[in-house]
Structure formats: C-alpha cells, structure tokens
Design a protein around this ligand. Structure first.
Ligand SMILES: [Fe+2]
Length: 368
C-alpha cells in the first residue's frame, strides 16, 4: 500500500510524518495511545497524493515508535462510505539527540538518486538525514516530489528524522507550486528552526538563484518578497533567543545556498538582504553553516576565498554530483567527537576522504 517507507520530517517542534500511498485511503498515526489524523478541518483526507500527519516531537522522541493506520477506500459516498478493514503498520523510531549523532547530508542530487542512495549504504549508522535541496533537476512533473520521498524513505526507513531544505531547482516547473504537498512546511512557510538534543538548527530557504526579473522566469517568481518576509521572521527568531534555551550547546545554519558568498552575474542577487542575514545569524554564534548548491565539497572559513558578505562561521559544502561522469556522487557526514565536529566526505563507491575538523582545519576545496 505504501510507495515508500514513511518520511519523518522535523519541522519546529513537530514531526510531519509523510506517507505516499498507492491507493486511496484514510490514514492516521498512533503514538502510544494517542491518534493523530491526516484531515482537512475534521474530514479525514483520502483523495490526496501524499498523506501528512503532524505529531509532537517530544511525544515521538519518548515513544520511540509509531504505527501508521489506514483504511483503503472502496467508495467515498456522502452516506455510508465503503472502506476495507483497518491495517496497522508499526515503525520503530530513533530520535536524534545532537551530540553523538551521525548526520548524513546530501545536496544537489539533481534527479540522480541512485548514487546518493549508494553512498548512504556505506555510512555505518545514520541518525538524521539532511536533504539540502536540488533533489530533482526541476519540478516539471510530480516526479520531483516523488524523488524526494523515495530517497528519504529508502535512507531513513521511517526510523529517523529528516531535515529538508529547499534548493533553487526544487522551485522550477509546473509542479513546483504543488511541491509543498511533499515537503515540510507550515502554511507554505518552508524556513524553520529545529532542535535535536543539544543542537539547534536554523534552516533557511533562499529560493531561486537569479533575480525575479530574469528572463528565464518571465515574471513567475516573487522571491524578493519571500526573502523580505523571511528576514522579518529571522529578526523575530533571533530576538526570541530560543537558541539560548537550556541544554543547547551548538547552533547550526542549514541552507542550500551559501548566501554569504556573492557569485558572478546573474547570481549576484540580494546583497542587502543576504548581508543582513549574515549580520543577524552571527548573533547566534553558529558552529557551522551547512550548504550545497556549488556542486563541490569543501570547508570554507570566515575571511576565506568565498567570504564576500561577512561569513558568519565556517561553511561546509557537502554535495557533489556527476564529478567524474554520470552516476557519481559525493555526500557528507557530520559527527561530533569530543568537542570537535568532524566533516567527512563519502562517495557512491564507499570511499571516505578528506576529513576536516569544522573551524579548526584549514580551508579546503575537496577535489580528487
Ligand atoms: Fe542549487
């Protein structure tokens, strides 16, 4: 009945559990003795592409397991709708508590999910998946969303949290306006904060990489306003100081674009906004900014070659597709050892290389 194992997105203080089903059904999730429903104003949804059930993070972290329940729809009539019997499918869940955890980071898959899945198989234990944008080449069709849940389902198996951050290619094409049905969001807002144990994350969405009036978009985007709204939200987040809550020891920024780096035309956009973002996020004293977009892997330091707007902290770029012809891929892992955060690269053949200690190792572009 399920196309893939569920995806458990972490978004603020909730897990959004996503289940893509092959046939029409109503669906809910049990955590302990509590039930959480996929519904629209009290009406359980059956005519959907993907089911989404939100459950409190603290509850699922404690329960360490959940059950997906569904009833296949035979005929949804106004009275006495006909359905098959309840089916219950249990899943174990391993909450990610920050320190001691191993994070698997992928960016820029660009529709070639197989080598990125292959690289994951060489990581002995994945406690959290960070899917940092540009999963499809574009979202011309629903396949863009399907690729995301296929990947998260296979790597996460419904057992671990996933952080999803949108990339610029995820915003392109006729299906892009529907992509929110497949990704975590709250009323269309795709940027958010999250906490896993002692680590607090600020997940930002830069949208497209060229100006809204670029000919390629022909006036279809309003990302300038989207970024202004995000700036207002970011000011509020910083002012609230949730990142100083008891028990938080590390603060990460996760964004597809390394927005502190000004690129060449036509990608040299939003210098005022991104400059303000750099100033704002410095206040949280981030340990690292984790990015993709550049199709390379590297460890870049404040004041280094990519720092043009006042880089707030070390940047790790952890996604490199097609670096030696087709079907090659480099992903990254992040793991804390003592007080250090270790950044490693793993490729589709299982070769590890070029370990960097975040903020301590020298600046490197990691190449063959
Ligand atoms: Fe990108």
């Amino acid at each position: 009945m399920f196309c893939f194992a569920p995806t458990v997105y972490l978004f603020e203080d909730q897990y959004q559990i996503m289940v893509k089903t092959k046939e029409e059904c109503i669906l809910w999730v049990k955590v302990g003795d509590r039930c959480y429903y996929d519904h629209s104003g009290g009406i359980m949804r059956s005519d959907v592409r993907v089911h989404r059930v939100s459950v409190p993070q603290a509850l699922l972290d404690e329960a360490k397991g959940y059950t997906v329940c569904y009833k296949k729809m035979i005929e949804r009539t106004a009275y006495f709708p006909k359905m098959e019997d309840i089916v219950e499918v249990p899943f174990t869940f391993r909450p990610c508590m920050g320190s001691g955890a191993k994070f698997y980071h992928v960016a820029d898959v660009h529709a070639k999910t197989d080598p990125a899945k292959a690289a994951a198989k060489f990581v002995d234990r994945i406690d959290c998946l960070i899917l940092n944008g540009d999963v499809p080449e574009d979202c011309s069709t629903e396949q863009g969303g399907i690729d995301i849940l296929d990947f998260t389902g296979e790597v996460g198996k419904g057992e671990i949290p996933t952080l999803f951050i949108r990339g610029n290619h995820d915003t392109r094409g006729a299906f892009a306006e529907h992509l929110e049905e497949y990704i975590p969001h709250r009323e269309g807002r795709t940027y958010f904060t999250a906490r896993m144990g002692d680590t607090w994350m600020l997940c930002l969405d830069c949208g497209e990489d060229k100006p809204d009036d670029h000919a390629a978009y022909n006036g279809i985007n309003c990302f300038h306003q989207f970024r202004l709204d995000q700036t207002a939200w970011l000011r509020e987040v910083i002012a609230k100081e949730d990142y100083k809550a008891e028990g938080i020891r590390h603060r990460w920024i996760i964004a597809h674009h390394p927005f502190s780096s000004v690129l060449e035309e036509p990608f040299n956009i939003e210098l005022d906004i991104y400059g303000e973002w750099c100033d704002l996020v410095k206040k949280i004293e981030p340990e690292v900014m984790i990015c993709g977009h550049m199709h390379r892997t590297g460890h870049f330091l404040p004041g280094g070659r990519h720092d043009t707007l006042g880089q707030p902290c070390p940047i790790c770029i952890g996604g490199r597709p097609d670096y030696k012809g087709k079907d090659t891929f480099e992903a990254a892992t992040f793991e804390r050892v003592g007080e250090d955060l270790i950044f490693k690269i793993i490729n589709h053949l299982g070769n590890w290389k070029n370990t960097a200690i975040v903020g301590k190792s020298e600046e490197t572009i990691i190449q063959e």
